[in-house]
Write a protein that binds this ligand. Sequence first.
Ligand code: HEM
Ligand SMILES: *[C@@H]1O[C@H](CO)[C@@H](O)[C@H](O)[C@H]1NC(C)=O
Length: 345
Amino acid sequence: MASLRACFTVILMILISSSLSQAHPGNFFDWGEGGGSTGEYFGLFPEFYQYACPQVNDIVMSVLEKAIAEEARLAASLLRLHFHDCFVQGCDASILLDDSEDIASEKNSNPNKNSVRGFEVIDEIKAKLEEACPQTVSCADILALVARGSTVLSGGPSWELPLGRRDSKTASLTVSNRDIPPPNATLENLITLFKQQGLDEVDLVALSGGHTIGVARCVTFRQRLYNQNGNDQPDETLERSFYYGLTSICPKSGGDNNISPLDFTSPAKFDNTYFKLILWGKGLLNSDEVLLTGNGFNTMDLVRSYAEDEELFFNQFAKSMVKMGNISPLIGYNGDVRKDCRRVN
Ligand code: HEM
Ligand SMILES: *[C@@H]1O[C@H](CO)[C@@H](O)[C@H](O)[C@H]1NC(C)=O
């Protein structure tokens, strides 16, 4: 009888401690993850859902697999969502909030409008997770898991993913307009906007490699075709035949939403051809090509290295994704675990 009671007490203690660690993760653990010199990794760790929702990644992957099998581009769209989330008030799922009385949705910002997509997949994952582990897995962590899963399912690298982000109660349309780099950015612009997030030139080049999958609309690369420098001339770094091909997809006026692959040789495969294309003057966006041609920084050497060595690129992409995923997470008592990713609780 005594041993039964002892056993019961132990079980009770485990239950209490696991529910406490769920509610106040930041106070229970301080596992500074390796690699973070700036302390951004505080509070996030890969085993965060080990007890509260051990099947979280399996659920994410099963929904993802089905969605991506139906439409390969969704992998690209979903990878991009995590980036656009993290650059605006940190990785807090602010991008998922719809317009409401209190929220001016980031979905309407210049970089996002008529562009960001994949929200239905996030909704489906969230619904399944709410069934399996109610009010446990944050939407911000779902975005991070989905970004990794999309990379893996497209043939790219995997990585150990720190978890435990919580969801914002706010969004910022203003910051979304200000801090997400535009496609016609100069190399200096890009470096500044990444530095602002604690990301360096190595991160910039490696993460731009995300453009090995997915597409862009005519309106994002038209300037390069017709008026690169305000002189009615095309960008001279564009390879000739590539340029002519693009003009047939993207006329001088109209056709704003016509699309072209970011890596036309293998738009659904996560590989290093993106960097090879840049070397050949066949990078689609100005922000892609300037990594090679922009002056005064060492990004050119990085583009060459990644074009030559896919493993080097994969390893750095994985590291930089973890770093990006650790931008200002909400932890501990901050934020919420939203029940519906589109709305605050
Ligand atoms: C370096 C600065 C970056 C700029 C200027 C930039 C800009 C763009 C633009 C303009 C598009 C096309 C959007 C449209 O036409 O609707 C795009 C698509 C995309 N971006 Fe970036 N991006 C950058 C960095 C990144 C990063 C860091 C990632 C992820 C690691 C990423 C992943 C993607 C993906 C996967 C797509 C294709 C999305 C789809 O097909 O739905 N980008 N980006
Ligand atoms: C980029 O495009 C925007 C909008 O079309 C324009 O206002 C801006 O001047 C362009 N920037 C550069 C560096 O060309």
